[in-house]
Design a protein around this ligand. Structure first.
Ligand SMILES: O=P(O)(O)OC[C@H]1O[C@H](OP(=O)(O)OP(=O)(O)O)[C@H](O)[C@@H]1O
Ligand SMILES: NC(=O)CC[C@H](N)C(=O)O
Ligand SMILES: [Mg+2]
Length: 502
């Protein structure tokens, strides 16, 4: 998952972009970038591998001039993790365009071929986001105008929707013209719009999550709708249009389970409330399946499971205790690039308080179990701390299918639930019993009264919302992106970045 932000203001936007990326850091830890545009139409770029706080130093911030800009934090799902593939990406023709993308295209190969053979465009990386930018650029080029008007931009985005498959929530800047933001026709990845009135006029922000809008002191207006394009010109004029033929709001369910911050609103749904309801549903299932349970204490696996675990303990009538202390300087382990690093980081990140485990039957609660990296080690820690029995509950169903829309889990054989039933997974994780949320309950917990038609639930049930994912594609991304292939790829990777300010 990546995080995006774009701002059209009336004064310098560099600091606001930085702050907006920082509060979305949980969406990507591999690379960060900001590109700004000043009143002369000149772009300024800084991007590199690392966390936001490590990528931007004062010397970079000073050079990021202008009242319009976009930013990105990256968790790679295509290409490699080299800084050359960090974002925003830039093309000089037409106009000068920069783009930052959250999601993953599923027809990258075909598009790359078309871009080279028909559109006569050069791609310099293996990133699907560079492909998205070039498709947009080609479609904008066809207007033939010196300065594109809102209707030219909407027409270009409509063509992007026809050509690009998969997931994309993107912000883009056209030099000296303005900023646009658009989501794929299913709205798989999130994007929200905010505004604030200043003495110089209205300023606009688009971000992956509303937490950025809140913390930057903008007011949340609404989501960018699936298929819609929003365009804000350099003078602050706001334009929008639906550019897809059949948009169907179907966001990725994993955003609510794990990715998003609980204080964000996405597609009209409070992430925090949805996680609390996940706790309630899970408590109901535990009561049904284990009416005579002997749980002494409910312990969350920090951080993400907390909202669900707290509500679960309340509904179950069992005390809640923080039994694992999280090292606040270690990031999220699931989105780290390799298994070795993920494994090591769980131990560095979490440590048990023996007192909360000794001689107790503990119910550990996590939001999701994917590779089982976290649960395996946590269960052992609970036992080492003296727990009598260790039970485990997951607020989401078993992850059994690869994600192709922006979460880097391409390889079913890496999932602990692969070819195992719940009893076998429990054995593998070393727990006395294991319980998973049912998919129906998860959907009900998230969608209480929003206008979301359905969710992309593919990682749980293999039903890919775009309807065009077949075995051949799944085989292809597995071969390309399983942990082993990625490691080999990274070792031989020495791409040198063009257009970068070090
Ligand atoms: O089964 P696994 O492959 O280990 O993946 C699942 C775990 O990874 C995530 O935690 P993470 O440490 O990334 O972030 P968090 O601190 O937000 O919970 C998630 O919350 C689970 O705890
Ligand atoms: N997780 C994401 O949204 C990744 C965006 C893009 N596919 C990349 O790899 O950079
Ligand atoms: Mg976790």
């Amino acid at each position: 998952m990546c995080g995006i932000i774009g701002i059209v203001g009336h004064t310098e936007v560099n600091q606001a972009l930085y702050d907006g990326l920082t509060v979305q850091q949980h969406r990507g830890q591999d690379a960060a970038g900001i590109m700004t545009c000043d009143h002369t139409g000149r772009f300024y770029l800084r991007k590199d591998n690392g966390l936001v706080k490590d990528v931007f130093h004062t010397r970079h911030m000073i050079r990021l001039k202008g009242s319009m800009g976009i930013g990105h934090i990256r968790y790679p799902t295509a290409g490699c993790s080299n800084s050359a593939e960090s974002q925003p990406f830039y093309v000089n023709s037409p106009f000068g365009i920069a783009l930052a993308h959250n999601g993953n295209l599923t027809n990258t190969q075909l598009l790359s071929d078309q871009l080279f053979k028909s559109d006569r465009r050069h791609l310099n990386t293996g990133s699907d986001s560079e492909v998205l930018l070039n498709v947009l650029a080609h479609e904008l080029q066809t207007s033939g105008k010196l300065k594109p008007q809102p209707e030219d931009i909407f027409k270009a985005v409509a063509e992007v929707h026809k050509r690009c498959k998969g997931a994309y929530a993107a912000v883009a800047m056209i030099a000296g013209v303005g900023m646009l933001a658009f989501r794929d026709p299913y709205g798989i990845r999130p994007a929200v719009i905010g505004k604030r009135d200043t003495s110089q006029g209205t300023e606009y922000v688009v971000a992956s999550e509303s937490v950025a809008i809140d913390t930057l002191d903008f007011d949340l207006m609404r989501d960018v709708q699936p298929g819609e394009c929003v365009f804000i010109d350099m003078e602050g004029g706001f334009h929008s249009q639906q550019c897809a033929e059949n948009p169907v709001k179907s966001p990725c369910i994993f955003e609510y389970v794990y990715f998003a911050r609980p204080d964000s609103m996405m597609d009209g749904i409070s992430v925090h409330k949805s996680r609390m309801r996940m706790g309630t549903k899970l408590a109901e299932k535990i009561k049904r399946e284990f009416p005579d349970h002997d749980i002494d204490v409910v312990i969350p696996i920090p951080d993400t499971s907390r909202s669900a675990a707290l509500q679960l303990s309340y509904d179950l009538g069992v005390v809640y205790r923080e039994g694992f202390i999280k090292n606040r300087y270690i990031g999220r382990t699931f989105i780290m690039p390799g298994q070795q690093q993920r494994k090591k980081s769980v131990r560095q990140k979490l440590n048990a308080i023996d007192l909360e485990f000794r001689d107790k039957n503990v119910l550990l609660v996590d939001d999701s179990i994917v590779r089982g990296t976290t649960s395996q080690q946590i269960v052992q820690m609970a036992r080492d701390a003296g727990a009598k029995k260790v039970y485990l509950a997951s607020a989401a169903p078993p992850v059994r299918f690869p994600n192709v829309y922006g979460i880097d889990m391409p390889s079913p054989s890496e999932f602990v639930a692969h070819n195992r039933n719940v009893k076998q997974i429990a054995e593998e994780l070393g727990v006395d019993w294991l319980i998973y949320q049912d998919l129906n309950d998860l959907v009900e917990a998230i969608n209480k009264k929003s206008d979301v038609k359905r969710f992309d639930t593919s990682c749980f049930d293999g039903d890919y919302i775009t309807g065009d994912i077949d075995e051949t594609y799944l085989y292809y991304i597995d071969a390309l992106r399983n942990d082993m292939s990625k490691q080999t790829e990274e070792e031989g990777n020495v791409t040198i970045e063009l257009h970068n300010d070090v």
